[in-house]
Design a protein around this ligand. Structure first.
Ligand code: SF4
Ligand code: SF4
Length: 317
């Protein structure tokens, strides 16, 4: 079967075009609805079980919207950087590149980084990986990382583009860098608080590359776009598999978009504080993002997943 046909979307022209342009208000409306439900459940539903069930629903809907229904780029940060350069001479495109970021950024400013916990398809698929086949011993973890790194490198070599190896493979190389970061974490667990800060360096690098006009794919581009981009597919599978070794590893140590949203979320109106820091299982924090009283940086990365018990603006919920 032609893979291109398999990845085609149900909706290929805007359902609700804004003033006849390529900008589709339908995506905007659906995301607004999903994030409103997410914020409502996250902050006002007490039952963790119900919160988790609702979180599954919002992420399945989101996956359907981005992977099956619409062609819609969700490189929030990258398209925003491009949008900035279009202001003044192509305001419609500037708005088109900005509108998802403005919507999602507004929710993050009110509710914290709810996008990562309740919507992002890559976060959802990583979580599936970490729950389906968690790698539990260190020996197996190192073995898995070695296999993933070799496999990713071989695939990268086999499918290397004819033109520019670096720019056309940035996301696959970025994912291989994640394997190295995770290996360093496993070798130095006590230093995780330092390694968690590498994501700021990745964010700076990402903005510099994008600002310099280097256009590269993201790990989700093969899913949300209509292109068969091998770098994106290889990057995705490396990230997916590494998440079985450390849950949401990409989100914790590398993801530039998530890092930006974490920074934005620190200014959020509604703040939550996990109240079960002590409830760690052995040395493994219960929280998927590694929230732990021992690692202060991890407390800044809450994705509002609703798994733990928490207080909202110092009030128990
Ligand atoms: S950190 Fe990145 S990959 Fe993870 S959920 Fe957030 S945007 Fe998605
Ligand atoms: S502290 Fe962890 S478990 Fe609790 S809501 Fe935040 S990300 Fe989820």
């Amino acid at each position: 079967m032609n893979l291109f046909l398999l990845l085609r979307k149900i909706v290929n022209t805007p359902l609700m075009p804004v003033q006849g342009t390529w900008i589709d208000a339908a995506v905007f409306v659906i995301i607004f609805a999903v994030l409103s439900v997410a914020a409502g459940v996250c902050f006002f539903v007490r039952s963790p079980k119900l919160r988790q069930n609702m979180r599954i629903i919002t992420r399945v809907v989101s996956l359907g919207v981005f992977a099956v229904m619409f062609f819609r780029c969700i490189c929030l940060l990258k398209t925003s950087v491009v949008g900035v350069t279009q202001i003044g001479w192509d305001d419609v495109s500037a708005f088109g590149n900005f509108f998802l970021f403005i919507l999602i950024g507004s929710f993050v400013l009110v509710a914290g980084n709810i996008y990562c916990g309740w919507m992002c398809p890559l976060g959802f698929l990583q979580e599936i990986s970490s729950r389906l086949f968690p790698v539990k011993t260190n020996r197996l973890r190192f073995l898995s990382l070695g296999i993933i790194f070799i496999l990713g490198s071989v695939l990268l070599f086999l499918f290397r583009p004819a033109n520019d190896f670096f720019t056309e493979n940035i996301i696959a190389l970025w994912a291989l860098a994640l394997v190295i970061v995770v290996t360093v974490v496993l070798l130095n667990p006590a230093r995780e608080y330092v390694i968690l800060k590498t994501k700021y360096a990745f964010l700076v690098l990402y903005v510099l590359l994008t600002g310099a006009g280097v256009w590269f794919s993201e790990a989700w581009c093969w899913l949300t776009g209509n292109d068969i981009d091998y770098s994106s597919i290889i990057g995705f599978f490396v990230i997916f598999l590494v998440s079985a070794v450390i849950p949401l590893a990409w989100c914790r140590y590398v993801c530039p978009t998530g890092t930006f949203l974490f920074l934005l979320g620190r200014k959020s109106l509604l703040k939550i504080k996990a109240t079960d820091h002590g409830a760690e299982i052995g040395n493994t924090p219960r929280c998927l993002m590694g929230e732990s009283s021992r690692v202060p940086e991890s407390r800044l990365m809450c994705i509002r997943c609703g798994t733990c018990a928490y207080e909202l603006n110092d009030k128990k919920i």
